[in-house]
Design a protein around this ligand. Structure first.
Ligand SMILES: Cc1ncc(COP(=O)(O)O)c(C=O)c1O
Length: 464
């Protein structure tokens, strides 16, 4: 009797070697791949619908299908030219960590099942707390991304400050916050009508006067204002709210202060970032996305909570068939601080690169991105007709060509058609269509930013 689901040593080596050859070729070709390649990709996707396979196919042909047909028909999200949305990275070392974590498949939902491995992941959370400037007693948990981190943060705040009957509770944010915050609040039980989206100033930061007024008005009307959410780097224009002022308003009103730092919080590693994010350490909860500004593969977010006990109080529930939960503050059961029980060992993908390199190369990368966006903006200003609409506060900027939206849509289309970079647009609160540049990836360096500038210059020239 042979068991195909249990490969022997030779077969395992073959599986990894064949995949590795193609992975290396793929990664080495990232700089020459088109920044996006999705013409006809949805039509192609439809041809892939098929019934449950009864018999297997050759491994090599499956790999060839993936690397030749499926993977190339995408945005090249791990490539140097991806300056769209908020770029991810795809650190190769994390991919190796994932292979190890998945292959050993230890159980990290409860501490008793693999205490040492759980501790490695708990260390990662502690390091993030240290980066954020949080004191002892802070804690958190790694999530699959910023959206679930926002959800965990809002649920923790709700349970800390509101009764079970919480529908009079109201939440405050700017109209520029990432929509995953409103979605998180809604999934946490709040009708969208309880979320106050406030106007921003000319630098796209929440207006504190509007916030003060809204809270006072709601109190008069019998609502219970309980949570203020600040942005530490909006997706649209990269704006960082005045976090110190928000912390002050939250304190005065005995409200929870939550910060969406999915994109921006890790800039705390840099001096310029710390200046821009002043006040973040006063937040009751912060989210950050290592799959953005620590360059990790998609699927790695984090929520940090200043008082770890609130996180545990919100999520803890015991059942008789589980092993005993940890009672010391030092040790953590991830199922006690998150909605999940079984989960992947996602901490290893952060732990391995941080232990291998230390934090220094990550800080250097973020500093390089801060320099690159300044270079991009200086050069853009020299192009006749271009105006910078959002000065970079971290590493995102937005610009437009003087003229109407149609002209700017055409400009974006011309830039992206060259396929060396991929840029995406957004619409400002005043309705204007603008083109964004987000420099985040560890694979984006000066040469690619100069290619982008050449392509913008050439596109503008074609249109004049
Ligand atoms: C500022 C900000 N917050 C939250 C999110 C949501 O994070 P995720 O996509 O990891 O769920 C994003 C994502 O792109 C973001 O840019």
């Amino acid at each position: 009797m042979t068991y195909p689901l249990e490969p022997d040593a030779q077969e395992m080596r073959h599986l990894v070697d064949e995949a590795m050859q193609r992975i290396i070729a793929h990664i080495e070709s990232l700089p020459s791949q088109p920044a996006m390649n999705v013409e006809g990709a949805t039509e192609y996707a439809r041809t892939l619908i098929e019934p449950l396979p009864q018999r297997g196919e050759a491994y090599e042909s499956l790999l060839d299908f993936l690397f030749r047909d499926a993977i190339p028909r995408s945005f090249t999200a791990a490539g140097p030219g991806y300056l769209a949305y908020v770029p991810g990275g795809g650190l190769f070392h994390s991919a190796v960590a994932d292979l190890i974590a998945d292959a050993v498949n230890r159980y990290v939902g409860v501490c008793a099942a693999a205490p040492a491995l759980v501790q490695l992941e708990a260390n990662v959370v502690r390091w993030f707390c240290e980066i954020a400037g949080y004191p002892r007693g802070a804690g958190g948990v790694l999530t699959s991304g910023g959206s679930l981190a926002n959800f965990t943060g809002v649920v923790t705040a709700r349970k800390a400050l509101l009764p079970d009957d919480f529908l009079r509770g109201t939440l405050y944010c700017s109209n520029q916050i990432h929509h995953s915050f409103q979605k998180a609040a809604n999934l946490a039980g709040f009708p969208y009508a309880n979320i106050r989206e406030l106007p921003v100033d000319e630098t796209f930061r929440i207006r504190i006067d509007a916030l003060d007024e809204a809270i006072a008005r709601d109190r008069r009307d019998g609502w219970t204002p309980f949570l203020i959410a600040g942005s530490a780097g909006t997706t649209g224009t990269g704006a960082v709210d005045d976090l110190e002022a928000l912390a002050h308003v939250a304190r005065e009103n005995e409200m929870w202060f939550h910060v969406d730092g999915a994109y921006g919080a890790l800039f705390m590693l840099t001096e310029r970032g710390r200046a821009a994010l002043r006040g973040i350490e006063q937040a009751d909860s912060i989210i950050l996305d290592p799959h953005k500004t620590l360059f990790l593969p998609f699927g790695t977010g984090a929520v940090l909570v200043k008082d770890a006990r609130t996180l545990r109080r919100a999520h803890s529930l015991y059942a008789d068939y589980l092993p005993a939960m940890q009672q010391e503050d030092e040790l953590v059961d991830f199922c006690e601080v998150s909605p999940e029980l079984s989960r992947d060992f996602r901490g290893l993908r952060v732990w391995l690169p941080l232990k291998l390199f230390g934090i220094v190369p990550f800080r250097e990368q973020l500093d390089e991105k801060l320099d690159l966006i300044q270079h991009a903006v200086e050069e853009l200003r020299r192009i006749e007709g271009i105006e910078i609409v959002a000065e970079p506060q971290l590493t995102i900027t937005a610009f437009r060509l003087r003229g109407d939206d149609a002209l700017n849509r055409e400009l974006l289309q011309r830039i992206n058609a060259r396929k060396r970079v991929m840029l995406t647009p957004t619409t400002l609160p005043d309705g204007r269509f603008v083109i964004r540049i987000a420099i985040v990836s560890h694979r984006t360096h000066r040469d690619r930013v100069d290619m982008m500038l050449e392509d913008i210059r050439a596109s503008v020239q074609e249109m004049s």
